[in-house]
Each structure stands twice: as structure tokens, then as C-alpha cells.
Design a binder for this molecule. Structure first.
Ligand SMILES: *Cc1c(COP(=O)(O)O)cnc(C)c1O
Length: 461
């Protein structure tokens, strides 16, 4: 089947434009906002990152592997810190955490969110200042809370009445007064271009605003006087492109802030509006810059404060994906190319749902390009799949690849810095890939490749 016929056939998949609009040059082109800043196609047609040729990286580290553009990561940190000057930028560690990234986050002046004992351990091991750590989670264990208290983390975001009692008791015994925020569920669920605002929220996180639980949580903490209530927290979703959801969230949470002031005479000093800022996974995505986000969010907060006669609290935000997502691509090697009954071409790579579960889990869209050469072949609509024993093992649902893609080709998938390595599994006992940082012509492993010995080390039967 010719490429343009494939495009017509799959026009009903909601795919981005018919194949005949694509030229071989389009398929080789790197759309800038999809790729880490230092990635380019060199004269011989192959990619380079941080000044290092992809074929050298593949030869040295093997595939699959995640390549992190350190300059890009630092650039995104700086963009957020300078755009949100006057606010605290917490990097959401769950998106991807390892010691090297923790050090970058620290050097660039960000704060750090963790949501488990393991994430806290990585942060502390890397020497991150505990007073700049925020601790999240709807079910932090007693031992996790003890470690947080002993380490002196900067703030704990409390999420249930059970936790308030537990943490109050623990703090009393230790004679400590940890800073806390109350996580409020405001009835706004935002995703990409849409948000849903409801009165009630049916989810496990936080205290409901509508039901009065959030107000009760704040007053309980104030009454007991053991925990230091610094402010309210709201996180409305992820991969959000439109700030209207933040507007509704800020309005609701600041109304609660005013209600607390009216009832108790206390004006909370801080406000955390969470993370969730969207990034580009395909050419269809057009995210806002940190500068635009900051302008809109600051304006929203200022106007809601004015309406409620509140002093503007110190703002914090918690980007994860928007910091690390675009800084990384995954490099695979193509193993097989299969044309299935003229319906679709399946390009199988040497990783899959074990290194990127987002396609299977969230129906996420990704892009891909042949990374080791420039092709002059016609574009062909392909599906990039992994090597796992599972038909949902899809890496890239639909992408135009050159029709001459073949076994041995290197294939790069951008936008895999967030929620890929951090959600990676050992499914099928496939060892998890390494993360390699590249900068100024040099590369180094920051998370090594798992080995079969690593897998067997746990298997003590
Ligand atoms: C996941 C999460 C974030 C980060 O979300 P991104 O989409 O990666 O920006 C921030 N805050 C909280 C509370 C979260 O749960």
C-alpha cells in the first residue's frame, strides 16, 4: 500500500493530517518544541545531543536508553524560577528522581516535592536541603512521617483527618512544630484543553471544599496549635494547557482562605496551586511558556485576593513534567518491521511498555523519528510497538516514519523525561534502561542499566 493510501485509510483515527501532505523532509525534520534544546540533525543525517553523536551514544550505552539533555533541564529550571520570581518552584520528584537530577534542582534554586519514603531517601542522599523539601501523599506511613520530622523537611502537605491526628501526636512527642499545608480538593479536574468544575470531588486526595472538610481540617490544626498551618494547597490535574482551571481553583481556595480568616482571624501566608503544566508530545501540542503561565497565574491570584480583601500569599507551584519531560528522549533500536494485511505497519523496538507505560495507561500520544540517518523515502504511517507479551504494548500509536525504516535503525522518541523511567517496570523480566546525561560534548550514566543479576538478586527462593 502506498503511503498516501495509508493516510487516507487512517484519517478516521483522528491522526494529524493525511500522509500526502508529508514529504520525506517533514519526516526527517525535528520540530523544535518536541526535542531537547541541544538536539539537532547533523550533516550526516543522524541526531546529536549535547554535541555528542547518537551513534556514539548507542555504541557506548546500548539501547534502549534514556538520554537527558542537561542544558535543556537546567534551562527549564531557570525559566520557571525566573518567570515565577517571588514564588517557590517545587520540582515534583515523582516525575523523575535520581541523585544527579536532585543536585541540578538544588543548584538551580528549586524546591523539591517528594511523596514517599523512597523519594525522600533519594533527595536526602543527594544532600538536598531538607528545609526545601515538601512531603505529599494521601497515606504517608508513620515511619515516613518520622523520617520527615527527623530530617526536618520544610513542609508536609496533610491529606486526611487521620494524618492530622497522627502527625499532631508525633510532633507533640518530639516537641516539634512542622509546617503544614492543607490539601484542598476544589472540584476542578483539568486536563489539556478542558477542565470540569463540579461542586463535589470524587477522589482520594485532599479535603473536600464543598463538604466543609477542608475548613474543618484547617480549624482543627489551628485549634490544636501543634502543627504550624502555613497555607492551603490545590492540585487540579496534569498536562494542562489552559489556565482557566487554575482560575476556578484559585477562586475557590482563596474563598476558603477568607472564610478561615473570618472565622479565626488568621490570614494564611502561603498558597500552593500545584503543578500539571502541559508539554508537547506531538506537533499538535502547543504549551504556554513559563513566562505566560506566571503572568496569568499571578494575575488570577492577585485579583481573587483583591475580591476577598486578602493579602497576596506567597505562591508556590509544583511542575514536574514541564521541567523534565522535554529534556529527555528514549533511544531504541528497531528489531522488526511488519506490514499487517495492508492495514498498518508495526515497527517493533527493543523496549516498550516497561520503559514507557504512558501510552498503554493514559492513551498518551508520542512522536518518533529515525535517529541514525536521514531518509529520502516516502512517509509511511506506522505504529511503534515494544517487545512485551501484551498487545497493548504500544510506544507511539501513529507516526509517519520513512517507508524504508528497517531492523537496525535507531529510533528516538522525545518527551520521555517524565513518568517514563519513574514508572518503569520489569515486566517480562526486561531490565530497566539506563539514564545517560549529556552536556557539552560529554556523557555520563546517572542511572545505570539494570542487569539480569539485579533481577535475580531479589529472587531469593
Ligand atoms: C503529580 C503532581 C504534581 C506534578 O504534576 P506534573 O503534571 O508533573 O506537573 C504536582 N503536585 C502534585 C500534588 C502532584 O500530585
Amino acid at each position: 500500500m502506498r503511503a498516501h493510501e495509508a493516510g487516507a485509510l487512517h484519517g478516521d483515527l483522528g491522526y494529524r493530517g493525511p500522509a500526502w501532505l508529508r514529504t520525506p523532509e517533514d519526516v526527517n525534520a525535528l520540530v523544535p518544541h518536541l526535542w531537547p534544546r541541544t538536539v539537532r540533525r547533523t550533516g550526516n543525517g543522524s541526531l546529536e545531543i549535547g554535541g555528542v553523536a547518537i551513534e556514539d551514544l548507542a555504541a557506548e550505552y546500548g539501547t534502549p536508553a534514556y538520554f537527558l539533555d542537561e542544558e535543556d533541564l537546567r534551562g527549564r529550571c531557570r525559566d520557571f524560577v525566573s518567570a515565577f520570581a517571588g514564588a517557590d518552584v517545587y520540582y515534583a520528584g515523582k516525575s523523575f528522581l535520581c541523585k544527579a537530577v536532585v543536585r541540578v534542582i538544588e543548584e538551580e534554586g528549586l524546591f523539591l516535592d517528594v511523596c514517599s519514603g523512597g523519594e525522600l531517601a533519594v533527595a536526602l542522599k543527594a544532600g538536598f536541603p531538607p528545609e526545601r523539601i515538601g512531603f505529599h501523599g494521601n497515606n504517608k506511613s508513620v515511619s515516613e512521617l518520622s523520617r520527615a520530622l527527623d530530617a526536618g523537611v520544610g513542609r508536609i502537605v496533610v491529606d486526611s483527618f487521620d494524618e492530622i491526628s497522627r502527625l499532631t501526636e508525633m510532633s507533640r512527642k518530639r516537641n516539634k512544630r512542622p509546617s503544614v499545608l492543607v490539601r484542598v480538593t476544589v472540584g476542578v479536574e483539568a486536563h489539556t484543553h478542558e477542565f470540569i468544575a463540579t461542586a463535589h470531588e470524587d477522589q482520594k486526595f485532599g479535603f473536600s471544599l464543598a463538604g466543609g472538610a477542608a475548613f474543618q481540617a484547617a480549624t482543627k490544626i489551628l485549634d490544636e496549635g501543634v502543627l504550624d498551618l502555613r497555607g492551603l494547597h490545590s492540585h487540579i490535574g496534569s498536562q494542562i494547557f489552559d489556565t482557566s482551571g487554575f482560575e476556578v481553583a484559585a477562586k475557590r481556595v482563596l474563598e476558603l482562605q477568607a472564610q478561615i480568616r473570618d472565622a479565626r482571624g488568621v490570614e494564611l501566608a502561603e498558597l500552593d496551586l500545584g503543578g500539571g503544566f502541559g508539554i508537547a508530545y506531538t506537533t499538535q501540542d502547543d504549551p504556554s511558556s513559563p513566562g505566560d503561565l506566571a503572568k496569568r497565574i499571578n494575575k488570577i491570584v492577585e485579583s481573587e485576593c483583591e475580591i476577598n480583601s486578602l493579602r497576596v500569599p506567597r505562591l508556590s507551584i509544583e511542575p514536574g513534567r514541564a521541567i523534565v519531560g522535554p529534556a529527555v528522549f528514549t533511544l531504541y533500536e528497531v528489531g522488526t518491521v511488519k506490514d499487517v494485511d495492508g492495514i498498518r505497519t508495526y515497527v517493533s523496538v527493543d523496549g516498550g511498555m516497561s520503559d514507557n507505560i504512558r501510552t498503554a495507561l493514559y492513551d498518551a500520544s508520542y512522536s518518533a523519528t529515525v535517529a541514525g540517518r536521514r531518509s529520502v523515502a516516502e512517509p509511511m504511517l506506522a505504529r511503534v510497538v515494544g517487545k512485551h507479551c501484551e498487545s497493548g504494548d504500544i510506544v507511539v500509536k501513529d507516526e509517519f516514519l520513512p517507508a524504508d525504516v528497517q531492523p537496525g535503525d535507531l529510533l528516538a522518541v522525545p518527551g520521555t523525561g517524565a513518568y517514563c523511567r519513574s514508572m518503569a517496570s520489569n515486566y517480562n523480566h526486561v531490565p530497566r534502561p539506563p539514564v545517560v546525561a549529556v552536556r557539552d560534548g560529554a556523557s555520563r550514566v546517572i542511572v545505570r542499566r539494570e542487569t539480569e543479576d539485579d533481577l535475580l538478586a531479589l529472587d531469593v527462593g
